[in-house]
Design a protein around this ligand. Structure first.
Ligand code: B12
Length: 236
């Protein structure tokens, strides 16, 4: 907790993260052996629309493994598989909506206070029209765990409103994510204008090197947790 406080994280957030990390160290010692059964408990509970069961499985996961491990090794693979099952018609839209809402609520609960640290600030937004904000929340959690402060706008954010917000916040970086390149291309002119005022980074499956160069942005590659760790290391 002292390390997190030194990194500028608020006491409440530091306590939450420290508890999750402390509990997790014991689990990580046992390797990932205990991870798969707990991950499958979570998936099963979400599939049968069992909210208390899903929260209990998440509690057990967070008690034994770091938040980063749970995000990278449990939630991301689960969401990918869910997408594939949905595409094949093996998971219903109801199951997919239920799972993403339970997870989103839980992650935003863990995010409470993530804007309070004295560390560098990141503004996080999905491009206009983009609703997939779970990876952006995961990115914010991982960055907050490294001492950054988060201002979160989330899904479907007009780029002009990010520019207006710069009157109130001074971010080290604005991150705009999108699943498809079309959404970023549609906002290309505003992104280019925004990049004249503040460093911006593009992320998500729709973010390409070409679009980043064309808008004067940088590109965040890899999964959200790894990208956050890399960004935090690079900006030390
Ligand atoms: C949950 C979900 C939803 C939820 C989102 C809830 C929410 N608040 O986020 C809802 C129900 C809203 C939704 C809607 C739709 N969805 Co959807 N969804 C998913 C699902 C199952 C999980 C998404 C997720 O969080 N994945 C976890 C992240 C970590 O993985 P990822 O998205 O693959 O991202 C990788 C990289 O791009 C990178 N990354 C992504 N974002 C970011 C951000 C940062 C900062 C960084 C550093 C990295 C990063 O990290 C990952 C690498 O490991 C995916 C399946 C899948 N494969 O992911 C489909 C999926 C993304 N959806 C899809 C589709 C088609 C749709 C809809 C068009 C469906 C419809 N007909 O309405 C709409 C579009 C809505 C919109 N306008 O944006 C397709 C996208 C295909 C495409 N490329 O266009 C997918 C891939 C499903 C599929 N297999 O077909 N969806």
């Amino acid at each position: 907790m002292r390390r997190l406080l030194d990194a500028g994280i608020s006491a409440a957030q530091a306590a939450r993260l420290a508890l999750a990390e402390q509990a997790s160290e014991a689990g990580d010692e046992g390797g990932s052996a205990g991870l798969a059964p707990l991950a499958s408990d979570l998936g099963d509970a979400l599939d049968r629309l069992d909210e208390p069961g899903a929260h209990a499985a998440l509690d057990r996961l967070l008690a034994r493994f770091t938040l980063q491990t749970v995000l990278r090794d449990v939630l991301m693979p689960y969401l990918h598989e869910l997408g594939e099952r949905w595409e094949r018609g093996e998971a219903s839209v109801a199951q997919e909506h239920f799972a993403s809402n339970v997870l989103r609520g839980r992650l935003l609960g863990l995010a409470r206070g993530w804007g309070q640290s004295a560390g560098p600030r990141a503004v996080l937004a999905c491009a206009p029209g983009e609703l997939h904000d779970l990876p952006l929340i995961m990115f914010g959690l991982a960055l907050a765990g490294r001492g950054w402060s988060i201002t979160y706008f989330g899904p479907d954010t007009p780029i002009a409103t990010i520019q207006d917000a710069l009157e109130d916040v001074e971010p080290r970086l604005v991150v705009v994510s999108a699943t498809t390149s079309q959404r970023l291309r549609a906002a290309q002119a505003q992104l280019t204008e925004l990049a004249r005022h503040v460093p911006i980074a593009l992320a998500g499956a729709g973010a390409t090197d070409r679009l980043a160069r064309a808008t004067g942005a940088s590109l965040l590659q890899g999964d959200p947790v790894t990208a956050a760790e890399r960004l935090a290391d690079e900006s030390r």
